[in-house]
Design a protein around this ligand. Structure first.
Ligand code: PMP
Ligand code: GLN
Length: 384
């Protein structure tokens, strides 16, 4: 076809999940939780399917969901939203597509912080833009204004920021988020702030929304995902938060991407967003316990585990674990020979900065984590 998408590989998530199925492996690759679906929201979606209409909801979302999402973000991020500041999309992925299509013109450049979610670059390029990357480095993945400045040129139009950061589980500090804001303000950039992991932040770390920093709301499209908030990744209900001409343009892009999203799922998500704060905290604490369990088991197997402050993921430093292979090679062999799937962080990078780092999903039952660690330990001993 000679189109941009024609030349792209199948995503690493799809490929690894396929290999995990083919080999009957434990799948710690693609990020989805196992065994934690909130029964109240499932019941609510089932009820809404039979008791409410199943025809097109308004393009910007069910009024009750937009109102519930505004209240949710006012509670957690200290914003002052009304329902008018919300557009419901078919997953955060659609919100990203709408945001890039609405803000990028041919020739524009977008600053992308790597590791970067795999959808960003193809969507930026499809919109006619070019990605200018800056690479964070293990083990701390720290972000500074100086680093961002190296990628800014007179053509830079926007910056995409993923906080908390998939795949490495960073919850950026207030200082780091303010550094991002300072660069956007200095160079008059639009920010696309992918905050889908915002409520899965652990220990003493706190999520700081870029939209909440002084001067940023007007220039930011913040993106959320019910899939991550409630551990229902197949639902694909996304949230786009912003105001003024920026949100209007993104809402117009959304009209011609999907127009709308399944009404029963929207109704159930509206109910979930009204959960007491405590319930989100309980969810996060349970995930932190799973992280600790997998980290301890892998450490006992001789792996160097990198710190994880957020998301469903922790990473292994393979070189520091005595392995000289790339994470790509390790992942390909581990799924076939030892029955565990993981994701090489190189899939999120355009350069070699993290070639020896492997991502594992810890949002799984204890027994599965224990067995995976044991199998990975066997692989390590075989290949070290
Ligand atoms: N952005 C990031 C950083 C993600 O990790 C994901 C999914 N894991 C998405 C966007 C996509 O979210 P959704 O499934 O709601 O489309
Ligand atoms: N975001 C999920 C992850 O990082 C995967 C999403 C997908 O499969 N495209 O694992």
């Amino acid at each position: 076809l000679n189109s941009l998408f024609d030349g792209l590989p199948t995503t690493v998530f799809e490929t690894m999940s396929g290999l995990a199925r083919a080999h009957g492996a434990i799948n710690l690759g693609q990020g989805f939780p196992d065994g934690r679906e909130p029964a109240d929201l499932l019941a609510s979606a089932a009820r809404a399917l039979t008791e409410r209409g199943n025809q097109y909801p308004p393009s910007r979302g069910l009024p009750e969901l937009r109102a519930a999402a505004a209240a949710f973000y006012n509670r957690f991020d200290g914003l002052a939203l009304t329902a008018e500041n919300l557009v419901v999309t078919s997953g955060a992925t659609e919100a990203l597509a709408a945001a890039f299509l609405a803000t990028i013109s041919p020739g524009d450049e977008v600053v992308v912080v790597e590791p970067a979610y795999d959808a960003y670059r193809p969507l930026i390029e499809r919109a006619g833009g070019a990605a200018r990357t800056v690479a964070l480095t293990p083990p701390h993945w720290r972000l500074t204004a100086d680093l961002l400045e190296t990628a800014v040129t007179p053509r830079t139009r926007a910056l995409v920021f993923n906080n908390p950061l998939n795949p490495v589980g960073r919850a950026f500090s207030r200082e780091e988020v303010e550094a991002v804001a300072a660069v956007c303000l200095k160079h008059d950039l639009i920010a696309i702030s992918d905050e889908v992991w915002e409520r899965l932040v652990y220990d003493d770390c706190r999520h700081v929304s870029l939209s909440s920093v002084a001067g940023m709301f007007e220039r930011t499209l913040k993106i959320g995902s019910a899939g991550k908030l409630f551990g229902l990744t197949g639902w694909k209900v996304g949230l786009m938060i912003g105001g003024g001409a920026l949100l209007e343009a993104a809402a117009k892009a959304h009209q011609y991407l999907t127009f709308t999203t399944a009404p029963n799922l929207q109704a159930a998500v509206a109910e979930g967003l009204a959960w007491p704060m405590e319930r989100f905290e309980v969810q996060a604490r349970s995930l932190a316990r799973s992280r600790d369990r997998l980290a301890a088991a892998l450490t006992a197997e001789g792996f160097q585990v990198l710190p994880s402050e957020a998301t469903y993921f922790l990473c292994l430093d393979l070189a520091a674990s005595g392995l000289s292979m790339t994470a790509q090679a390790f992942a390909e062999r581990a799924v076939a020979e030892h029955g565990v799937a993981g994701i090489p962080v190189s899939a999120f990078m355009s350069g070699p900065a993290a070639d020896g780092v492997l991502r594992l999903c810890f949002a799984k039952p204890d027994a599965m984590l224990d067995q995976a660690a044991e199998r990975l330990g066997q692989a390590r001993r075989a290949w070290a």
